[in-house]
Design a binder for this molecule. Structure first.
Ligand code: ADP
Ligand code: GLC
Length: 494
């Protein structure tokens, strides 16, 4: 099947979180089973820098052409490269005035205005135009999150639909319902859709223009990244205001747990580690622990449990809960190492804790891919305190690295980690806690600590986790079924 993915992020070229990882690893897995898959992303400054650092540059795939948004032409060009080490093509939509911007992928414009709807609509129009020019029509357009949401909208509403879409089905994957692309009604002309999409409530939500809602209504099939999250987003508590729309779409909504890319996340071959290791020979993990102690200012000879965490410092991730629990954990002899960036107040908390507890709390402020691998390998346990978590990847990386996850029981964390509770040591892979509170988190980590000092029991947990298979295999098959279903609901053959 021919599948075109449209996304804001793709690893390793431009990523802020798990979206980038999945948009790289899922296409790789599908291509490995014989599908014809490619990826379309904006050519952000970050991607340009990625190539510059390596002294290479993507090839020009098409001569520059004009895309019209709000009646004005905008010149774009299409560059191309493969996902490293694969034959999966990535097509970059290059338009420097919008995408060559410092300050991160989602940075506001030079006037401090969030012009995301404008940037991503231009991206979608350029990508579709390029597909038309090359004659490369996909059978399924797979869009990720709200950013490319205009694509399913253009394809869906038949009275004004472009006939090009007659043989194209659409699938939307919601990686996080908390990010919806909400803009004022005055932005509607940017989409170039008829006013009925507003008056009919297709893109309108609570008086605003809501890109994710429009994409949900328009897509032939909607998926999200774990079965539990597929249920949570249909509740008032988890739906971030879109639960009603998602309930209406229930028959075409399914949750598929993310997989991980074992070529990138494998302790046997990870170039970022001080030493490689595997389930059968864990000696290298000790070397990784020593390196992490040296980087964090921890005493390497001290056998105290080292607990790590890696993530965006956003309210979703619950780092305020972890930081509140940190003094209690440190008092109980636990060492904590956190890598994250985001909200300045949380970055400040990390610095404060580090100043208060040198040798026990280390906070790395920033985004550092190599360090994230070193933390996964060097820690004994990994804590994920999320308030909500659609899937979560760091707990899956931890399992692969023999680092025992302690997770809040929500979304994909609940689906991927089997919590230890008395009798299930033969198959448990980590620890759960329920409340989003410092007290509950501390209880979960202290439970882990109590098992940590029973070496046999701990090593059972480590091995259970390393044995768990979260490579893409089964989930990639599930996506294939969703693609087929998306074509079926449109009455298209596959
Ligand atoms: P989300 O997509 O919500 O951020 P995930 O757990 O799915 O959460 O994915 C996060 C990804 O981003 C992981 O690959 C993680 O290692 C990476 N990551 C997050 N913050 C950082 C950071 N500060 N430095 C390096 N990698 C990070
Ligand atoms: C989102 C979610 C995260 C998920 C990732 C990849 O950013 O917050 O839970 O793992 O997307 O699907």
């Amino acid at each position: 099947m021919r599948i075109a993915n449209l996304s804001a992020e793709v690893s390793p070229f431009a990523k802020t979180g798990g979206l980038g990882d999945v948009v790289s690893s899922l296409p790789k897995a599908l291509a490995a089973t014989g599908h014809d898959v490619d990826v379309w992303v904006p050519f952000f400054l970050e991607a340009a820098d990625w190539f510059r650092r390596r002294g290479t540059w993507p090839v020009q795939e098409l001569d520059p052409f004009d895309v019209s948004v709000m009646g004005a032409p905008h010149r774009v060009s299409i560059l191309g490269a493969n996902l490293p080490g694969t034959s999966v093509p990535v097509h970059f939509v290059a338009h420097d005035p919008l995408f060559h911007r410092p300050g991160g992928l989602y940075a506001k414009n030079e006037h401090g205005v969030d012009d995301g709807i404008w940037r991503f609509s231009l991206f979608v129009r350029a990508a579709l135009e390029a597909m038309k020019r090359t004659g490369d029509r996909p059978q399924v357009l797979h869009t990720h999150d709200w950013h490319p949401g205009l694509a399913p909208m253009l394809g869906a509403w038949s009275s004004w639909r472009d006939p090009w879409f007659d043989d194209v089905a659409s699938v939307l994957t919601i990686h996080n319902v908390g990010y919806q692309g909400i803009y004022g009604p005055d932005r509607l002309p940017v989409l170039g859709l008829p006013p009925e999409t507003w008056t009919g409530g297709l893109v309108e939500h609570s008086g605003a223009l809501n890109m994710l809602k429009g994409a949900i209504v328009a897509a032939d099939m909607v998926t999200t990244v774990s079965p539990t999250y597929a249920w949570e987003i249909r509740t008032a508590e988890g739906g971030a205001g879109l639960d009603g729309v998602l309930r209406l779409k229930a028959a075409r909504l399914t949750g598929i747990l993310n997989g991980i890319d074992r070529e990138v996340w494998n302790p046997e071959s990870d170039p970022h580690l001080a030493a490689g290791y595997s389930m059968d020979d864990l000696r290298g993990k000790h070397a990784c622990r020593e390196e992490l102690c040296a980087l964090s200012g921890f005493e390497p000879a001290d056998p105290a449990m080292i607990v790590g965490s890696v993530g965006r410092l956003a309210p979703q991730k619950g780092y305020d809960i972890l930081f509140e629990a940190a003094p209690e954990l440190v008092r109980r002899g636990i060492r904590l190492v956190v890598l994250g960036s985001g909200e300045p107040a949380l970055e400040g908390s990390m610095r404060l804790l580090e100043a208060h507890f040198p040798g026990y709390f280390k906070g790395f402020v920033g985004y550092d891919d190599a360090l994230s691998h070193k933390i996964q390998a060097g820690c004994d346990a990994l804590v994920v305190p999320s308030r909500y978590e659609p899937c979560g990847l760091t707990q899956l990386y931890a399992l692969a690295y023999g680092t025992v996850p302690v997770v809040r029981r929500t979304g994909g964390l609940a689906d991927s980690i089997i919590g230890l509770h008395g009798e299930n040591l033969d198959w448990a892979t980590g620890f759960h806690f329920d409340d989003a509170s410092p007290h509950a988190l501390a209880a979960g980590v202290l439970h882990a600590q109590s098992v940590f000092f029973h070496r046999d029991a701990w090593s059972r947990l480590v091995r259970n986790g390393m044995r768990a298979d979260f490579s893409w295999g089964r989930s990639a098959n599930d996506y294939e079924l969703v693609y087929r279903r998306a074509r079926e609901v449109r009455g298209l053959p596959w």
